[in-house]
Write a protein that binds this ligand. Structure first.
Ligand code: BGC
Length: 702
């Protein structure tokens, strides 16, 4: 369409109420109506965050049964954040944008940026971190990558959707300070720094109003303060009446009554809107603002541009990126006996135990589930790496619920054993193998949308199995694949070798194998805290989960490591922890201010040396600690990080810039951001609890 922007102003005058409504609501599960009379196509949307979802029927969450809609399955966002490498977020975003285009999509429903408040939340695997700075660092490049491809990203779920239990009703009460410092920064970065095109309103309520009807969130903060110029899309079934949503600033209504089979013409922005206008409750112009916002999306993604990117599906390059991310996402938590990396030439018989060695995860988790051309399981990865030289045997060890339909396993499983038989078999076989690798954890029966876990324990009696196995094989390598922290206390003291990774995508099995056998040196770091027990984590320690009608976030700004530090509670593994097969030393710290075009920045320099025998990468983390004691602050807060590759023996200097605005806190009395002058320290470390250098500095009074 020529001169769409000129045409846009005219359109508003010519469109009927019905036409305005169709531009602003779903007429199928994932498409708006567009406006055929003026040649405006529908906006086509798709989940999701780590791959483009398969085509569904127009009015039901049931597969459309197509054969051309399998897509690259990247690792989930918690795994992406474990890489601490934002460049990978950009590359993943680019690939996702290309796949979305190739599938004819206009808006990709992701990324999910809700802060991980409780280890139990069923969607933790879909979110990045418990830390707002780390989350923001990933969200921005991801969105830029997607949107460069002529597709709008849709950051979700705005806001405070931090539990799945009761998600459609629960009301969140949180202090303004915690809202601003913890729960909103990633959304703000998505808007201001990445220019995100879509924001999805969450299901839950906030201070009494549903998020899709919440003018404080949608008008005051999003549009007035942050200058958002895109569209607010409801979560599917997140709208509850026409007036509330329209007046509060919601632009597009999707998924209303989808579970009850409500027809699209019964949507609030359809039937109810018409009634409200007929009864004089709303003027016909009430939709103009929304139509304008929607039409601006067409422009920004270049729907009418002849050179809009066409995209490509399942490119070899995409699989390569998926593999690189999966490698860097693996976190080595413990390697006390240097069992890892395993040496192929020292193994004759390798025993692999556990359901996650053979399980495929793509097809689970809820709306982020994917149809993928293949998914390499850990066992397949190991078998293909070892070839015929090593005898590999897999046994279940524990009895897990079967995989969702649609996934198949290529391993002959033999007769199904009872839990007791499985345990006995594992103990017996473990004695005679040269090496034993346990690959267990959670799966999408636990990490999934719509419900939370009921406790932090490993399911299927894995604690018993692990305790028993580690008695006979203290050298056993334990690999946990899980989208949330789990309680390790039953066996962690007797475990010398532990790896954790969130769902690794279609190349996950190869990536894990490469790390186990030292082809790749692990370099992931935890994007969240692993508490020793559930009651150690803030929301649970304070009894503020899951709430009844209302959940009070009484821990305030003390979320994740901020709480563990302040309360003096030692976690199993702290935020930012992750080992390498090598070791790194830190020296020669220096800080200095520098004025640039975008304001003043504090630079932190130091030298990092790879003091071990393996080439590898280290993530240097910089935390801020306020020494003034005048304003209540967390003991430390992440303000910068940089991942650096170093050959064995090599030294390099790193320089990390912290913009002045990062020193601010939200001042509730004055209802604005403020910076406290006085003494501070920068803590440079390899994790939040492995601080190697401390540098004092001052912020001068203004
Ligand atoms: C989820 C969203 C998702 C939407 C569409 C909702 O249930 O909360 O994240 O994008 O469904 O599938």
């Amino acid at each position: 369409m020529k001169d769409f922007s000129k045409h846009k102003a005219e359109l508003l005058k010519d469109l009927t109420l019905e036409e305005k409504s169709a531009l602003c609501r779903g007429v199928t599960l994932f498409e708006t109506g567009g406006c055929p009379r003026f040649g405006i196509p529908p906006l086509r949307m798709s989940d999701g965050p780590h791959g483009v979802r398969e085509e569904l029927q127009k009015d039901r969450f049931v597969s459309a049964g197509r054969t051309d809609d399998a897509s690259t399955y990247f690792c989930t966002l918690l795994a992406l954040a474990s890489t601490w490498n934002p460049n990978l977020a950009y590359r993943m975003g680019q690939c996702l944008g290309q796949e979305a285009r190739a599938r004819g999509k206009d808006i990709l429903l992701g990324p999910g940026v809700n802060i991980i408040r409780t280890p139990l939340c069923g969607r933790n695997f879909e979110y990045f971190s418990e830390d707002p700075f780390l989350t923001s660092s990933f969200v921005v490049p991801y969105i830029i990558g997607v949107q460069e491809q002529g597709v709008g990203a849709c950051v979700k779920h705005f806001a405070l959707n931090n539990q799945e239990l009761n998600r459609k009703r629960v009301n969140v009460e949180v202090s303004e300070r915690a809202l601003r410092e913890i729960y909103l920064p990633a959304f703000e970065a998505a808007v201001r720094e990445a220019g995100v095109i879509g924001v999805m309103g969450a299901y839950n309520r906030f201070r009494g109003d549903y998020c899709c009807h919440n003018s404080y969130l949608l008008r005051k903060i999003l549009r007035e303060e942050w200058g958002f110029r895109g569209v607010v899309i409801s979560d599917w079934d997140g709208v509850h009446d026409a007036e509330g949503a329209i007046l509060a600033g919601l632009d597009i209504e999707m998924g209303t009554g989808c579970d009850e089979g409500l027809s699209f013409s019964e949507y609030y922005y359809a039937k109810h809107l018409r009634h409200a206008v007929e009864q004089g409750k709303l003027p016909i112009s009430c939709m103009d603002e929304k139509v304008q916002n929607v039409l601006s999306v067409y422009e920004r993604i270049g729907i009418f541009e002849p050179n809009r990117p066409k995209g490509r599906m399942n490119a070899a390059k995409h699989r390569q990126v998926a593999r690189e991310i999966a490698r860097e996402a693996i976190v080595l938590l413990k390697n006390e006996r240097s069992v890892l990396p395993l040496r192929k030439d020292r193994l004759k018989r390798l025993l692999i135990i556990g359901d996650n060695a053979i399980r495929r995860h793509a097809n689970g988790g809820g709306s982020s589930r994917l149809k993928t051309p293949y998914e390499v399981t850990p066992l397949e990865g190991i078998l293909s790496f070892l070839g015929a030289d090593v005898e590999v045997e897999w046994i279940p060890g524990y009895v897990a619920t079967p995989e969702p339909t649609g996934t198949t396993t290529s391993i002959p499983l033999g007769r199904t054993l009872s839990p007791v038989e499985s345990l006995a078999q594992a103990l017996e076989k473990a004695k005679f193998a040269d090496g034993v690798i346990y690959i267990g954890g959670l799966n999408h029966d636990f990490d999934r949308e719509g419900s939370d876990r009921t406790d932090m324990n490993l399911p299927y009696d894995q604690d018993l199995l692990l305790s028993e196995l580690l008695r006979v094989r203290p050298d056993m390598v334990v690999v946990l694949i899980a989208g949330s922290p789990v309680d390790l206390s039953a066996w962690i003291d007797s475990c010398s070798t532990l790896l954790w990774t969130c769902y690794g995508g279609m190349e996950g099995g190869h990536a894990l194998t490469e790390v186990l056998f030292g082809v790749v040196n692990p370099c992931g770091k935890l994007p969240l805290t692993f508490p020793r027990k559930l009651s150690d984590s803030p929301a649970h320690a304070l009894g503020e989960y899951p709430g009844k009608e209302t959940v009070h976030y009484r821990e305030g700004i003390l979320v994740g490591y901020r709480y563990f530090d302040r309360a003096g509670v030692v976690p199993s593994f702290p935020f930012g922890h992750g080992l390498s097969y090598s070791t790194f030393s830190y020296s020669s710290p220096k800080v200095y201010w520098e004025a640039g075009k975008t304001g003043i920045t504090l630079y932190v320099n130091c030298t990092v040396t790879n003091t071990g025998n393996y080439n590898g990468a280290e993530t240097i983390q910089v935390y801020l600690s306020d020494k003034n004691g005048k304003v209540f602050k967390p003991e430390k807060e992440l303000k910068g990080f940089f991942k650096m590759f170093l050959k064995a023996g090599e030294s390099k200097q790193v320089s990390i810039g912290i913009p002045y605005r990062e020193f601010r806190y939200y001042d509730e009395d004055r209802e604005c951001w403020n910076i406290q002058s006085g003494s501070y320290e920068l803590l440079i470390g390899s994790s939040s609890r492995d601080i190697r250098l401390t540098i004092p500095f001052d912020i001068p009074p203004r």
